[in-house]
Design a protein around this ligand. Structure first.
Ligand SMILES: [Zn+2]
Length: 396
């Protein structure tokens, strides 16, 4: 919701008026000099919308404010052009509404278009969340990154490296939405004061690393040639893509990282296909390049890559992980019931490369159990299991 600055207003005053953490208002208006507000300037107030309201018989601005638990001045602020003493029945005014509900509906077939629409919605209500593009997929879809928080501890979560594990995207988007809601409403999540997480950490999220692959699994082959014929051919003529993990070129993005890539390549298919093909060389695919560049640029303290399935958390790589990885994974296991597994015979994954090059904690979290793509009926259970991991990833 936008408001227009009046004589004597300050961001601190708005934080009192709307019961919002001042930092969230500051971060929603990064381009401003907070001590030099000028009258008539537009300010974004996070976590609120201004709704139209038609004045009913017996209404006053005071009663309208009181019925919504708002100070009178909050209503006056969004109705600067009306005379509060001459309210007319039938007149349209604005009423600030505090948003206490989710904008993201995660329990549905959640493709790239739905995700982008939800990101735009979240960004307009929670402008303290920053959105940028880290690169493009093979088919030219922008891969977005969301940033939440002001802290020095830089943490990264990503989802949908693997196409048929797309349920990880709505699970992660639901968490972001719940985190944003708890920040503006000052609610606890599982007893945790999230404003402290916001101060201490900056959370980077890439909710869909492989948009082309996810679209293929959910919506079928792209309309455009040569991609349409090419993916059906790579899928051995089948039009059911439910076991497709790779990007649109048939390269498995989680076998693309320079961490014993040759060894991974040697045990896997040597040509493109639905899964496990590591490409002609490490980082040959634009989606993997975008993730590698982001990771180098941001210098993360810790990364979590969300996959399905198995209810396990992989936390080691060639004994290069630091001792704290084990402490952190034990907390993840405690809050989720998932099983920590140090290593399996597997290389060239994103978390492998992170551990190898930074010697910092990296995790692959395998959500749920069953056959991929996991059914949406598991959504709520998965979310309840992994919510503790999302939080522990920030507070540990
Ligand atoms: Zn996976």
């Amino acid at each position: 919701m936008d408001v227009i600055v009046r004589r004597g207003d300050s961001l601190w005053y708005y934080s009192q008026l709307f019961h919002l953490n001042l930092q969230l208002i500051l971060d929603s208006n990064r381009e401003l000099q907070p001590n030099q507000l000028s009258i008539g300037q537009r300010i974004r107030i996070p976590g609120f919308v201004a709704q139209d309201y038609q004045v009913q018989p017996g209404d006053s601005l005071w009663s309208i404010a009181r019925n919504r638990n708002l100070p009178l001045d909050a209503v006056l602020l969004v109705n600067q052009n009306i005379n509060p003493n001459q309210l007319q029945v039938g007149q349209m005014i604005k009423v600030p509404i505090r948003i206490t509900w989710r904008l993201v509906q995660g329990r549905q077939f959640y493709d790239y278009t739905k995700m982008m629409r939800d990101i735009r919605r979240l960004q307009s209500v929670y402008p303290f969340m920053q959105v940028s593009t880290i690169g493009e997929s093979v088919l030219g879809n922008n891969i977005p990154e969301l940033l939440v928080g002001n802290g020095t501890k830089r943490i990264h979560y990503n989802a949908s490296f693997h196409a048929n594990e797309w349920i990880t995207t709505p699970v992660l988007m639901t968490f972001i939405n719940d985190y944003l809601l708890s920040l503006t409403n000052q609610n606890l999540i599982r007893g945790i004061v999230t404003s402290r997480l916001y101060e201490q950490t900056s959370l980077s999220i890439v909710p869909m690393v492989n948009p082309d692959g996810v679209s293929l699994v959910i919506n079928g082959p792209p309309e455009v040639e040569p991609w349409r014929s090419r993916v059906v051919e790579l899928n051995r003529g089948r039009t059911d893509f439910s076991d497709w993990k790779a990007n649109i070129r048939g390269v498995d993005l989680n076998d693309q990282f320079p961490a014993k890539w040759e060894e991974e390549r040697a045990r896997n298919p040597d040509e493109p296909g639905p899964r496990d093909y590591g490409g002609e060389r490490p980082l040959s695919e634009p989606e993997a390049v975008a993730m590698a560049e982001l990771t180098r640029r941001r210098d993360f303290a810790r990364v979590l890559a969300f996959h399905t399935q198995g209810r396990v958390i992989y936390w080691g790589y060639e004994n290069l992980e630091p001792p704290e990885s084990e402490i952190i994974v034990n907390e993840f296991a405690r809050v989720s019931g998932y099983e920590p597994v140090k290593t399996i015979e597997s290389w060239a994954g994103y978390k492998d490369w992170f551990i190898q090059d930074w010697r910092r904690p990296g995790f692959t979290v395998e959500l749920g159990r069953g056959v991929n793509p996991l059914p949406l009926t598991q959504f709520d259970e998965i979310y309840q299991d992994v919510l503790g991991i999302f939080l522990a990833g920030l507070y540990m």
